[in-house]
Design a protein around this ligand. Structure first.
Ligand SMILES: Nc1ncnc2c1ncn2[C@@H]1O[C@H](COP(=O)(O)OP(=O)(O)OP(=O)(O)O)[C@@H](O)[C@H]1O
Ligand SMILES: O=C(O)C1=C[C@@H](O)[C@@H](O)[C@H](O)C1
Length: 300
């Protein structure tokens, strides 16, 4: 049973199978403290409890816990985002390296709708110990819980953009935040005045990948995609292409750029869909570090 389990759960190579203890009840326990270069100490424990539902079918309940000094809950706890352990360690080390040079400045994620600003932003806020805010959500709250789609329908895009600017103004006087901005926030120069109080990071994702992601969850919540015809992918791709024409220059104002095609090439992937939010977050931290060094704010 152990061998099957190990294969299924894909334990890393440092897990020594001799350290598994078989209990009388049939359950298996494993625990190990891992040290790496004295800088990290990880304690992993696993408890696998077989349950027999019939003579033929056996299932195994497994409980794996992993603790790491000062690791944020979002990385390791159930319900949070789960990065593989090696990526989690890189994220933690990199964020610790740059944190003091950030000096509490906010990180603003900019990019087209569906580029992963919310997903990656939550990973970044977790490892940096920053709070996470989503501009669209703040606007919805400011308009009494009205959804973005309804705000566009009831009051028009101009009203929404004014609220967006107001939200960015308020955020710009705060510290230690990761902010996921709306896809169109880059279009107003005044918004850049606020975002440049912090460090802005452009998540550059190919349009095909954006359209696939958006089609997977539907276009209902995205008012700017409503007017196109065709299936969800075609609708999304058409509108994203025209928005990109209008906005690509504006995204270049960001301090750092995270290009998914470059990351995929670096990791030997053909397709950006193979990239996890953790991998993208690591690249974001590296690009922030590069920016800080270029600005002379962090030593090379
Ligand atoms: N690296 C990734 N790989 C695959 N899917 C992803 C990845 N990152 C995000 N997604 C998915 O893409 C969709 C959009 O992600 P997310 O909400 O983070 O983007 P966003 O930039 O905040 O979008 P918006 O500006 O429209 O609010 C979600 O369904 C999310 O699960
Ligand atoms: O790209 C855009 O202009 C938008 C993106 C969303 O995040 C929302 O801010 C809104 O749907 C507009």
């Amino acid at each position: 049973m152990e061998a099957k389990l190990v294969q299924k759960l894909q334990y890393p190579t440092w897990v020594d199978l001799d350290k598994f203890q078989r209990k009388r009840s049939g359950s298996v326990r494993f625990s190990r403290r891992m040290k790496e270069e004295k800088r990290v100490q990880v304690f992993i424990s696993a408890h696998m409890q077989p349950s027999i539902t019939s003579n033929r079918n056996r299932s195994v309940a497994s409980e794996v816990s992993c603790t790491f000094k000062s690791f944020p809950a979002s990385i390791l706890e159930p319900g949070g985002f789960h990065a593989p352990l090696d990526e989690a360690l890189i994220l933690k080390n990199k964020s610790q390296e740059i944190e003091q040079y950030l000096d509490g400045r906010c990180i603003y994620l900019v990019g087209m709708m569906g580029s992963g600003k919310t997903t990656v932003g939550k990973v970044l806020s977790g490892v940096l110990g920053y709070s996470f805010f989503d501009c669209d959500t703040l606007i919805e709250q400011a308009v009494g819980g009205t959804t973005v789609a309804e705000i566009f329908k009831l009051y028009g895009e101009g009203f929404f953009r004014d609220k967006e600017t107001e939200v960015l103004r308020k955020l710009s006087i705060m510290h230690r935040l990761v902010v996921s901005t709306g896809g169109g926030a880059v279009t107003r120069p005044i918004n850049w005045k606020y975002m440049h109080k912090g460090i802005s990071v452009f998540l550059d994702v190919p349009l095909e990948a954006l359209a696939q992601r958006i089609a997977a969850v539907g276009t209902n919540s995205r008012p700017l995609l409503h007017h196109e015809s065709g299936d969800a992918y075609t609708k999304a791709f058409k509108r994203l292409s025209s928005l990109w024409e209008e906005r690509s220059g504006a995204y270049e104002n960001a301090n750092a750029r995270v290009c998914l095609e470059n990351i995929a090439a670096k990791h030997g992937h053909r397709d950006v869909s193979a990239l996890t939010p953790a991998t993208i977050a690591i690249e974001a931290l590296e690009q922030i570090e590069r920016f800080l060094k270029e600005e002379g704010e962090m030593p090379f």
